[in-house]
Structures are given as C-alpha cells and as structure tokens.
Design a binder for this molecule. Sequence first.
Ligand SMILES: [Zn+2]
Length: 326
Amino acid sequence: MSKKYNICLDIGGTKVLGAVFNGKDKLVCKVKRRSTDQGAESENIEAVIIEVTRLLLQKANIKKSQINAISAGVPGIVDSKNGIVVFTPNLPWRNYDLRSAIEKEFGAKFYLGNDVNVGVLGEYRYGAGRGHKNIVGFFIGTGVGGGLILNKKLYVGHEFKAGELGHLIIDENGPLCGCGNHGCLEAFSSKKGMAKYILSQIEAGRPSEMGEAIDEHGVFKSKFLKMAVEHQDQVALEAIDQACHYLAIGAGSMINALSPDCVIFGGGVIEALGDLFMEKILAEIDKYAMPAIRPSVEIMKASLGDYSNIYGALAMIKDAEKGKRK
Ligand SMILES: [Zn+2]
C-alpha cells in the first residue's frame, strides 16, 4: 500500500474545506464543514482539523497510513517553516504548534501557510496565474487579503508577515480599520467596509435592502449584495463603486511598486460579483498605474473559486517535496 494521498485543508473563521488528492494530483474527494466557532479553545479547533481529516479518510475510503502529507491554509500570521500559528485575528490561536499536534495524530508531514498567501499560490500553480512569474493577488471577503508571487516564489517577507495588501493606506482621513489605522483598503473595499458605508447611509435616512442582510458582526453574505445589485439598490451600488475605486488605487499602487505581470482578484465577493467588480476596477486602474508599466500587466479574476486555498495547500506539499522550501 503506497502512501500516495495528500490531504488539503482551508481553515476559515466560519468554515473548513477539505480535499483529498490522489498520487496524480487529482481531487478525488471533498468535504465542507461549518465550524471553528469564535471563542473555542485551541484544542477544539485542532479537533476540527482532525475530525475533517478523518471524515475525508472515511469518505475517500483510505487509511491513515496512506496519507503522504497534510497541508492547510489558516488566517493570520503563520510561521510556515516551523508549522506554528503565530497570530490569527478571528481564531483564538497564539504561538500554537499546530504542526506537532497534527503530525502526532496522523503520522504524516504537515505544512501550513497564511490562507490568502496560500490562495495566491494556488492560483499561481493551478489557476488564473499559471505561467506568470510575478503576481499580486487581492482576495475580497470579510476583509481584504493579499499575496505576492515574486520571481516564481511566494514572498512572505521578514517573519512571514508580508502581503497585508488590505492594509495599504489609501486615505489617511478615511474610516477606521480593524487594524487600528484609518483609511486602509480593507476599510473601504471589504464586506465590512461596504457594510459600514451602507449602514451610514441607512442611518442618514436612505433606503437599502442591504439593511436586512447585514448581521450583528457588520458582515453580509455575498449573494445578498448580488441581489441588491440586481434590484438596482442605489446605496449598495455606491458601496460597490467606492470599493472598486479604492481597489483600483490599491492595485495601481502595487503595479507601480512591483511591475507584476498579473494582478488577480479573488475571494467570495469576486466569486459572486466578479464581472461587475472587474469592469469597474478596469475602468479606473489606468488612472493609477503608470502608463509605462500598465500595458504589461494583465488584470484577471481568480479561476479556482472556493478552491484557491485547497490547491495552494497542494502546491505547498509539492514545493516542500521538491525542496524549494526549507
Ligand atoms: Zn488596516
């Protein structure tokens, strides 16, 4: 019995996705689970990973001994060299040695990385970014995440902290961001940022169907924003215009700084409203990217949808096995 299966996980604040790949890198089985409740203990979250992995083994009808490696993307700052979750904003992990825990449980190698970095890596190897060498990725969801591929390698920076493109400061007088600064890209262009704008307009007496869709955490499901657009909800359309305006500024600035060969937009919001977002971003980006650089940059949508991180996790295993990572 050969050890030929790779288990890839995407651990989010509200859900865990998992997939099994066979020896030919074909996805043979997948599961989706809502979990990682905020406030849960580290052990419980680790238990969720173990549970989803076991579920995958059962569903794919394979044994623990047939696992080649397990790999996961998690939100926050991740020491991918030592397999430690240093800090994660939405989960109660601090300097948590996830690698030891998982390797002990399954007797297989375990790799992990920051979720958005891993997502960009997935798009680079298996998705929209294939064949490109330098990629800037923006993932728009509850927050705005970022990732950089430079010279064909994931750039993690000093102490694995690079790629926080959601915290590019676009307007120092702008709204307060979750990080404590004002006017970060995320404060305008994330679901939270858009929700804040919409709520301010409702408070000022303007009607919007999004009022119903925004929950107590100041977030909404992308499908409700899509519906509001279909109904020509003016406040929702303004929030999107604003989000795209600032994404164009952020992407333009990154283009000027790095001269990437492509910029990829992904995440739940782009999954639901990609064409509209791309149209608006493309209409503005030429104003902010330098004319000498802009023509050599391709602007595109992520192509792996919900599975960018899962494929990125697979790429992490492949890289480790090729000895590209240390
Ligand atoms: Zn910020």
